[in-house]
Design a protein around this ligand. Structure first.
Ligand code: AMP
Ligand code: ZN
Length: 142
């Protein structure tokens, strides 16, 4: 079972080792092998889906329903100051494993290893422009 050549499907099936955090009928949670911070966990659906764009509502429903459960277990275990959720979709968005996964990255304060690096362009977007963009996206909601 599982998607051929997908390392996360192999982890779900037990063909590859992992440090399992949680498992049920719908999801598998395990430690990221490259820990950004202590307890950095990946939560994945057992159904193979490449990324968020190809994920059926039912799969995302079951996946996201369980995120708070795992997040709170990390919080109980290590008492972080906060937590970032991260999800990369597509190689150009730094996705390197093409089986949908949500990163749960507990935060322990400045210099803990996590540093999102983005630049805002507030000056380019007037309130009217924001309305226009919102409408364009809304027209494509299916
Ligand atoms: P992304 O860049 O969002 O696709 O993240 C993929 C993540 O999977 C990276 O943070 C890797 O460290 C992690 N990863 C890759 N192979 C394994 C593995 N065998 N066990 C645990 N984590 C892995
Ligand atoms: Zn897979």
């Amino acid at each position: 079972m599982g998607h051929e050549d997908c390392i996360f499907c192999k982890i779900i099936n037990g063909d590859l080792p992992s440090a399992k955090v949680y498992e049920d009928d719908y999801v598998y949670a395990f430690l990221d092998i490259s820990q950004v911070t202590k307890g950095h966990t990946l939560v994945i659906p057992k159904t193979h889906t490449k990324n968020i764009f190809e994920t059926p509502a039912e799969v995302s429903k079951e996946l996201f329903e369980r995120i708070p459960k795992v997040a709170n277990a990390i919080k109980e275990a290590y008492n972080p100051l906060g937590m970032n959720l991260l999800n990369n979709n597509g190689a150009d968005a730094e996705q390197s494993v093409f089986h949908l996964h949500i990163h749960l990255i507990p935060r322990y304060g400045e210099g803990d290893g996590y540093s999102p690096n983005w630049t805002t362009h507030t000056d380019d977007y007037t309130p009217d422009k924001l309305q226009e963009i919102a409408a364009e996206i809304n027209q494509n909601i299916k």
